[in-house]
Design a protein around this ligand. Structure first.
Ligand SMILES: [Cu+2]
Length: 121
């Protein structure tokens, strides 16, 4: 009986924080967060932990000087509402900042940013 009670406490500790973190956060990205890539990526893909509201979610990609390097606006993938993509102009070597803003279907907004680096030849 004591074992069962202990298991319940352990489960509560494990499960409760997951429920609290139910907004749309970055799950993973391509290029990966903080990564260095050998060639310029044509698109930045970000996968989120929850489905997004396309009208109120966006990505911006800028170079070190703060200039936008995207080729058109970002878009939520019509076949996967947990994925948002943005096309890029041909990027010279350097460090780029990806800023994202997401409105999840649970009406919570989240935002964040990360960088990736395109390696010089
Ligand atoms: Cu939420």
């Amino acid at each position: 009986m004591r074992f069962v009670a202990t298991m319940f406490v352990l489960l509560a500790i494990i499960i409760v924080p997951v429920a609290v973190r139910a907004h749309a956060f970055l799950d993973h990205a391509d290029p990966a967060v903080g990564s260095t890539v050998p060639t310029a990526p044509p698109v930045v893909h970000i996968w989120f932990t929850q489905e997004l509201e396309p009208a109120f979610s966006w990505i911006r990609v800028t170079d070190k000087a703060g200039a936008a390097v995207s080729d058109g606006p970002s878009a939520v993938d019509p076949t996967n509402n947990q994925e948002m993509d943005i096309k890029l102009k041909p990027l010279p070597p350097g460090t780029y900042t990806v800023k994202w803003h997401a409105l999840s279907v649970d009406t919570h907004t989240t935002q964040g940013d990360f960088t990736f680096q395109v390696k010089g030849s």
